[in-house]
Design a protein around this ligand. Structure first.
Ligand SMILES: Cc1ncc(COP(=O)(O)O)c(C=O)c1O
Length: 493
């Protein structure tokens, strides 16, 4: 086993072409990964431990290449917590937090860990209803009772941030609530007044937790909004694999302790994390953090430039609108198509055929993700292909219909945890109207539940889900994704 945490890389090692920017000297887990994989490639390892591929490729082939466990790979099982702790401390310092953990299970795990860290079963929590399904399942795990707050609406019909006044009112009428959970920026890049929310939460004596899954780059350039911790939040989760050049599933959970207890945070994090974290994912989070610390300002400046140029080009397409202005994260590109008559799913199909898959497409919207890994060539080519696809599908302008994910007005009959465990039955869709949903149903992306366990299935929700499905959207997590039947809480319960 390597002892990666115990010494810094020598200058010769920094020239490793597998680390083209020389990040390893400030990235203990990346350094360990480079050592281990070099040893494996040189045939110097004969591991009698998991993973079962044994660093050999004769059986399942290249698909396991580069897979190194954290424990017993990046370092010995007994010592790996030391370089891991070192890497997490470096991330905590970078974000101005005093607690940080690297998750190999995405912001999904981070949201659930934070939900488990704030209260006790039965306690109320103030939560945005524009939440990702992972946080809703976090409420189920933790037994917290949501007091929903709804976001403001942007002129486009898309959700904006939650107003501070809305949170203040919720805190005033629910003085026993144990925390405030918001998602910021939203999936469509709209942002709220996090500093105002932090003040409101702190005046009520509770922590502000922010799902910033899309915002790992925020705060690293003066042209970007500050990140949630800098704005005063107590806890924040962010996906390193979304905005940063890290491995899929890599995420950071960050906290400022005081209102949050570090021991409880650790217990909550471990409760829902694998005991076999992928060292490769952890090392990539470490590498992305080292890159951001050293070159973040410059890379974010390029990203801001690229996004501004793409925004300008797309806004010049007759009928197209690009979300912009105050309250919109400047590196997010949300292209609204209704005025061009082109449909999002058709445009998306052309982009996929051109090898340019986007993050999200629905009837009226296309959302590509631009990151610090993009350059002029990539973004320029994408923009031209997108413009051509819009022109190919151009039609009569129409009124936009916002995704049902953005228009949910929940009617909660039971708290999510109670509903999740309640006896349930399957009924036809029309018979389900007026009944209490046992399941979570979300168009994905964006993964905001239109129906949550415990909510009344309304005729409006059913019609909106059916419309999203008919247009070609993916309806996730429903037991019957065709929406012919629904799982509802058993009558007379
Ligand atoms: C707002 C939000 N939170 C959390 C998540 C979950 O992130 P991950 O895929 O890293 O688990 C997502 C995923 O898209 C998201 O949009």
């Amino acid at each position: 086993m390597t002892q990666a945490g115990s010494r810094r890389a020598a200058p010769m090692e920094m020239a490793d072409p597998r680390d083209p920017l020389g990040l390893r000297s400030d990235a203990p887990l990346l350094d360990a990964w480079l050592r281990f994989t070099a040893q494996a490639e040189a045939g110097l390892l004969n591991p009698m431990a998991v993973p079962g591929h044994k660093q050999r490729q004769e059986l399942t082939g290249a698909v396991t290449g580069g897979d190194v466990p954290l424990y017993g790979g990046l370092d010995s099982i007994k010592h790996a917590d030391v370089p891991l702790g070192d890497a997490e401390d470096r991330a905590a310092r970078l974000w101005g937090a005093d607690w940080c953990r690297f998750s190999v299970a995405g912001s999904t795990h981070g949201n659930q860990a934070l939900a488990l860290a704030v209260g006790s079963p039965g306690q109320e929590v103030i939560v945005t209803r524009c939440l990702h399904r992972s946080l809703l399942l976090g409420l189920v795990l933790a037994g917290l009772r949501p007091v929903w707050v709804l976001p403001e609406r942007h002129l486009s019909g898309l959700p904006a941030g939650v107003a501070v006044g809305t949170v203040r009112d919720a805190l005033a009428s629910h003085p026993e609530a144990c925390a405030v959970f918001l998602g910021d920026p939203s999936y469509v890049g709209t942002t709220g007044d996090l500093a105002g929310h932090a003040q409101a939460a702190h005046e009520a004596g509770v922590p502000l937790i922010v799902d910033a899954a899309w915002a790992a780059h925020l705060g690293f350039h003066p042209g970007l909004p500050p990140h949630a911790i800098a704005a005063g939040a107590d806890g924040m989760v962010t996906s390193a694999h979304k905005a940063l050049p890290a491995y899929t599933q890599g995420a950071l959970v960050l906290a400022r302790t005081g209102l949050l207890d570090p021991a409880r945070l650790d217990r909550a994090f471990e409760a829902t994390h694998t005991t076999s974290p992928a060292g490769t994912i952890a090392a990539s989070i470490d590498a992305a953090r080292a890159l951001l610390a050293r070159d973040g300002t410059e890379l974010c400046a390029r990203l801001l430039r690229l996004t501004a140029a793409a925004r300008q080009r797309l806004a010049a397409v007759p009928g197209a609108t690009v979300l912009d202005g105050p309250g919109v994260e400047p590196t997010k590109l949300v292209v609204l198509l209704a005025g061009t008559g082109a449909y999002g799913h058709a445009v998306e199909a052309d982009l996929i055929a051109a090898g340019m898959p986007v993050e999200m497409a629905d009837r009226d919207t296309i959302i590509p993700i631009l990151t610090i890994a993009d350059d002029e060539t990539a973004v320029g080519r994408f923009t031209e292909v997108l413009v051509a696809a819009i022109e190919r599908h151009r039609g009569a302008p129409r009124r936009p219909v916002p995704s049902p994910a953005w228009t949910v007005t929940p009617q909660m009959a039971l708290p999510p945890r109670e509903a999740f465990f309640a006896p349930n039955e399957t009924v036809g869709a029309d018979a389900a109207v007026g009944r209490v949903s046992a399941e979570l149903v979300a168009p994905y992306p964006p993964g905001v539940p239109v129906l949550a366990p415990g909510e009344i299935i309304t005729a409006e929700a059913l019609a909106a889900l059916r419309a999203a499905h008919a247009e070609g959207g993916r309806i996730a997590y429903a037991a019957d994704p065709t929406l012919a039947t629904f799982q509802v809480i058993t009558a007379g319960r």
